[in-house]
Structures are given as C-alpha cells and as structure tokens.
Design a protein around this ligand. Structure first.
Ligand SMILES: O=C(O)CCC(=O)C(=O)O
Ligand SMILES: [Fe+2]
Length: 208
C-alpha cells in the first residue's frame, strides 16, 4: 500500500485472480445490456476513446440519470451488493478502519483498447465527497494522479496493474486524474480478459 497523495491510496495486487475473473465475467454481461457498452459522446461532439457501461446511475457528460438517455433510454441495472462490498473492503483497507457506512450507488465500467486513453479530469458530478474506489483488470496502464487545483503538476505517475485498487477520498477526492497510456500485452489472460484494460470505479452520487 502506498499513499500517493493525502487520501489517495494505491493497493497493488488487491484483487485475487478469482475476484478478477468474476469481475470480467460480470462486466462482459453488463456490456451487452440492457444498456450496451458504448463510446460516450461529449457535448461538443467529441467521442471518448474508452467504452463505458454504468450500474446504479447512468453517467453522461456531465450528470447522472436513472435512464441511459444518450444510448437507448433504458434504465441501468442495479449495482450489486457484492460489488458494493468490494468497495467497502477497499475503503477499509486504504484508510485502516471500518467502512460500514460506505454505500456506493454508481459504478462506471470502462474498457480501454490498446489506443484508448482518458484525459485528466475531476470526478465531480457526484454530490458527495465520499471516496472513489477504482479497480483495474487486464493490461497495465499509466495512471496520472494530480492535485485538486490544476491539470498540471504536481502529479504522480502510478503504474496500475491487473488486480490493483486505488482509493481516492478526503483531500484528494476532487483531484485531477487520467490515463495517458495503456501498456498492451501486459495483462494475464487467466483473468478472462485476453486484451485491453478494464477499470471499474465505484462512487457515491449523493443523488436520490
Ligand atoms: O481508468 C481509470 O483508471 C480511471 C477511470 C476514471 O478516472 C473515470 O472513470 O472517471
Ligand atoms: Fe475519473
């Protein structure tokens, strides 16, 4: 475990291979619908290079809704309790105490192919300052974790590998972060993912 910035904790190798396999299987099913995984279109017409599917609440730039109005209008599936439990365990491990009160109600599942990246951004469409839990499976990536003020320095570059968790809360909850590069061919096919990178972020929206 390494505290990258105050409240931002990297937990390398946190998921077992079995947990990663289960997540890959579940994500494959969620990717097919009721709302299919797709490249999110930004308000000014840009298209994100990652593909995304949501649970609990649907995220479209820059808000959460119960139905996927920018895809097919269908309600998104609920966030299962076993996934929320993983989030609680990660928060407990990162901050060294119990996290019974952590109730994530949205998950964003992102798939990165070899060329996909994610620009530096803040996760700030939530109306809660509860931590974000990020789980990574498949190819390793360069994850850039910055500060709450600017897209620039200071930032820390972290290599996120399959099975890693990264929790950001407290003073780092609204820090800029992004994925400048995925490292093709670095994942273990035993996870069930033979290429690309899967990232799942659990969030508390503060919405109802
Ligand atoms: O893929 C990652 O590691 C980060 C994903 C992310 O920042 C997001 O979905 O908001
Ligand atoms: Fe993010």
């Amino acid at each position: 475990m390494r505290e990258v910035a105050p409240g931002a904790v990297h937990l390398p190798g946190w998921l077992t291979l079995d947990e990663q396999r289960r997540l890959v299987r579940a994500c494959r099913a969620w990717a097919t619908g009721p709302v299919p995984m797709r490249h999110t279109v930004l308000p000014r017409g840009g298209v994100m290079s990652v593909q995304t599917v949501c649970l609990g609440w649907h995220w479209q730039p820059y808000r959460y809704t119960r139905t996927a109005d920018d895809v097919n209008g269908r309600p998104v599936p609920p966030l299962p309790e076993w996934l929320a439990d993983l989030g609680r365990r990660a928060v407990a491990e990162a901050y060294g105490d119990r996290a019974d009160a952590y109730e994530p109600d949205a998950a964003l599942i992102n798939f990165y192919d070899d060329r996909a990246t994610m620009g530096l951004h803040q996760d700030k469409d939530e109306r809660s300052d509860a931590p974000v839990v990020s789980l990574s499976i498949g190819d390793a990536c360069l994850f850039r974790f910055g500060n709450t003020e600017t897209r620039g320095r200071p930032y820390t570059d972290v290599r996120l590998e399959s099975g890693d968790a990264f929790v950001f809360g407290g003073p780092s909850r609204f820090a800029y972060h992004g994925v400048p590069k995925v490292h093709p061919g670095t994942g273990d096919p035993a996870t069930g993912l033979t290429s690309g990178r899967l990232n799942i972020t659990l969030r508390v929206t503060g919405l109802r």
